[in-house]
Design a protein around this ligand. Sequence first.
Ligand code: KG4
Ligand code: ZN
Length: 335
Amino acid sequence: MSVTILSVETSCDETSSAVLVDGINIKSNIISSQVDVHRKFGGVVPEVASRKHLELINHVIQEALDEAGIGFNNLDAVAVTYGPGLVGALLVGVAAAKAIAFGLDIPLIGVNHLEGHVSANFLVEPQPEFPVICLVVSGGHTDLVLISGYGRYELLGATRDDAAGEAFDKVARVLGLGYPGGPLIDNMALSGNDMAIDLPRAYLAADSLDFSFSGLKTAVINYLHRANQKGVPVNKADVAASFQRAAVDVLVDKTLLAAQKCRTKTIMLAGGVAANRLLRQEITYRASREGRRVIYPPPVLCTDNAAMIGCAAYYKYLQNDFAPLTLNAMPNLSL
Ligand code: KG4
Ligand code: ZN
């Protein structure tokens, strides 16, 4: 018997709902982005995000069902992201999912957003050779995680200050490129020289699996400030390329170090920054020289989406890992 799960994701600025059959067969994955609303503020405004989710949620869920060609009565369970994220944004999805679970008398499954990002890889490769090292790089997180099986995680390292995506967004903002910055830097860097500007790479202790990106971000800001004071023209493509190279160097070095330490053959990338072309290329090339494989989801499954939540939920469904109807949003939830 197949299992049909409706999933809901509202942790930040995408209102998303998906229908998955047996955890891998994506029947629909509707993503309504609020990027245009937040762009004029240069970043996500939490209160605006909650209101927008409220406006969109019912339509997005209905569209997910319509595109999958099913109705509410065909659902075996409903899954929702309950953290980490913006509390008001999370609450909209959690309330909607609880109402559906209660109304239909079907199980409710609470999913950790980070577990969702990791699980996007299982949509590409449903049965990877565990253990796996996963680099989770998003706007809010930069984590190295050892995955020993579905739902079995050990955090090996994390950022001590800014997340990698946050640094991309801030650098894009000071360059006047717009929001969200990651994809804009990714594009602009293609025409720049990545050795034009000497920027710092923070490795911390030699064997540390922690990250730090605030020094790199500050170095870019100082460089632009100095150029501005001296009236020297700035080549934005060179700045984007040099910044991206510095960030990617550290991400790749530390991920490979984690794979060496844990003797894992397979590496996964997850989260919005996993869509970055240089990161994907560079880690694939360098891992292959060490006999390791790299798996990553297509870009649309790297950034926030409900299909990844539905995939994570399927493994919880198989283990009867259901949430009570008192499920609440947990903005600081960790893996
Ligand atoms: O996973 P995600 O959609 O949301 C969070 O959970 O945070 O990640 C969003 C982050 C943003 O910081 C965005 O700038 C970054 O992912 N991002 C990228 C790229 N696409 C999205 N960063 C670098 N290169 C990209 N191509
Ligand atoms: Zn995310």
